[in-house]
Write a protein that binds this ligand. Structure first.
Ligand SMILES: [Zn+2]
Length: 475
């Protein structure tokens, strides 16, 4: 079945580019020519499912309100299938009795005695595209799907067309005050993310409504400009080798994005680290005592004992920290890739683009493959291809960088001055460590700060996306 085009959305369509009409016409032509195998629906009319309450948050009772009355529907692969209109009711109460969902009016009169283990309640006029349902104080477009959870509770899911969902998502991830082309890039990223994401398949829906997936605020999260960004990219997603890409994004790259395998594990051809010439400066600093580091490691089930030293022991090709080694009385803990942030805390360690400094002595020992610092405790010298060794009196002796060893007094690690990554570069041993970094987020995909900068400089959303996602097609 195909839903008739929403009357309320016609003015929005008029604002679309001419080629959107062409695409829509072709889609319809294909549908009527090959109804069985072809793409039966334009993508913006396909339904997705947004988990609102589920699992341990599943509810025993669900009160729904709609100004228009309700339509009970079955959910099929082709979309909603009407089963029972309830035009006279503005408020209904769903609960689970004997393993099946039942619907009553607010006075307790039974309206539907056996909805089965799943079904949805739509506003009566949902086919016009304008209806909303209020659940728990929040207004949602389209309907609410209920699914029995563990026999007596219900998962509550917003059953909604893709673009209605996107209307309520964009501003939560990128403020509507930013340039339209950046919002359009965000819209294509958000649509691809929702179209590809399968992490909640086990929960019975596509995406959740929190930062875990994408922040979604329902109808109240809609703004004219973000709606325009969704409409002007209607149906568009990013593809690589015929598959929808995993469209990751984050706040700030610190000057270079990351290869997917350098952060997590899977290597994706379109998630390549790129030098980011548009990244606005975002610097951060976090100070941690060895005691704090110990407790965060223990919270992640490591047993370092009393922490004795913290060292960066590897960099990746983008210059980010790929390995952090903590030595303690109970053993050595090595954190790799994104676990540096997830174990020590991503709100403190905002990115893996950082150097270490001693927190209390005021001195520093830090080096990246092309920046080497040497210090005598009171002054610090940065070198390029040569190294200066400072004596305690401050005199400098120039030397070639062939073999650098850094020691914490008990053990020695070597670094390669030729700029090879993966070497020990910084050790902090005095009880408190300062992480000084740039960038914010995991570093994979599109940095939103850069997308905004590029749009301000006049680039369009396709140029922005093609800069950060390698060899993709947008369609
Ligand atoms: Zn999620």
């Amino acid at each position: 079945m195909i839903r008739k085009r929403a009357a309320g959305s016609e003015p929005r369509q008029r604002k679309c580019k001419l080629r959107r009409f062409t695409a829509a016409f072709l889609t319809l032509t294909l549908f009527f020519s090959f109804p069985a195998g072809a793409e039966a629906k334009s993508r913006q009319e396909e339904y997705i499912q947004v988990g609102l309450k589920y699992g341990s948050s599943a509810v025993n009772e669900c009160v729904l309100k709609s100004d228009d009355g309700f339509q009970v529907v079955n959910i099929t692969e082709d979309g909603p299938e009407d089963t029972l209109p309830l035009p006279a009711y503005r408020e209904i109460v769903a609960s689970v009795e004997n393993g099946t969902i039942v619907i009553r009016d607010p006075d307790g009169t039974m309206l539907v005695s056996d909805m089965g283990t799943t079904g949805a309640l739509m506003p009566l006029d949902y086919e016009d595209g304008d209806g909303t349902v209020v659940y728990s104080g929040t207004e949602y477009r389209d309907g609410i799907r209920l699914t029995v959870y563990k026999g007596s509770a219900m998962n509550v899911i917003n059953y909604i067309t893709m673009d209605h969902y996107l209307y309520g998502v964009i501003h939560g991830e990128m403020s509507q005050s930013y340039p339209l082309e950046a919002l359009k890039a965000q819209a294509v990223v958000a649509r691809s993310f929702a179209g590809q994401n399968r992490t909640h398949a086990k929960d019975g829906f596509n995406v959740c409504s929190t930062t875990h997936c994408q922040v979604y605020k329902g109808f109240a999260g809609e703004y004219p400009k973000t709606t325009q960004a969704v409409d002007e990219t209607a149906g568009e997603m990013m593809y690589s080798e015929g598959e929808i890409v995993q469209a990751f994004y984050f706040k700030n790259s610190g000057g270079h994005t990351q290869n997917s395998e350098d952060v997590w594990s899977a290597k994706e051809p379109y998630l390549r680290g790129v030098k980011d010439e548009y990244s606005p400066d975002y610097s951060w600093s976090a100070t941690m005592t060895f005691e704090q580091i110990k407790s965060r490691l223990e919270a992640a089930n490591y047993s370092p004992g009393t922490v004795e030293s913290v060292a960066i022991t590897g960099h990746n090709s983008a210059g980010a920290v790929s390995e952090l080694t903590v030595k303690g009385s109970g053993g050595t803990v090595t954190l790799k890739k994104e676990s540096v942030r997830t174990v020590l805390g991503g709100s403190d360690i905002k990115s893996t683009m950082f150097v270490l400094k001693n927190g209390s002595a005021g001195g520093s020992m830090a080096q990246t493959p092309d920046e080497i610092y040497a210090t005598n405790g009171s002054s610090t010298k940065k070198t390029g291809s040569t190294l200066y060794v400072l004596s305690s009196s401050g005199s400098a002796k120039k030397t070639e960088i062939e073999d650098i060893c850094i020691t914490d007094g008990s053990s020695t690690a070597s670094a390669d001055g030729a700029g090879k990554s993966g070497e020990t570069v910084s050790i902090v041993t005095d009880g408190k460590v300062v992480f000084e970094g740039k960038g914010y987020g995991h570093g994979i995909g599109m940095p939103q700060d850069s997308a905004i900068k590029m749009a301000q400089e006049g680039m369009d959303y396709e140029e922005i996306l093609e800069y950060f996602f390698t060899d993709i097609q947008i369609r």
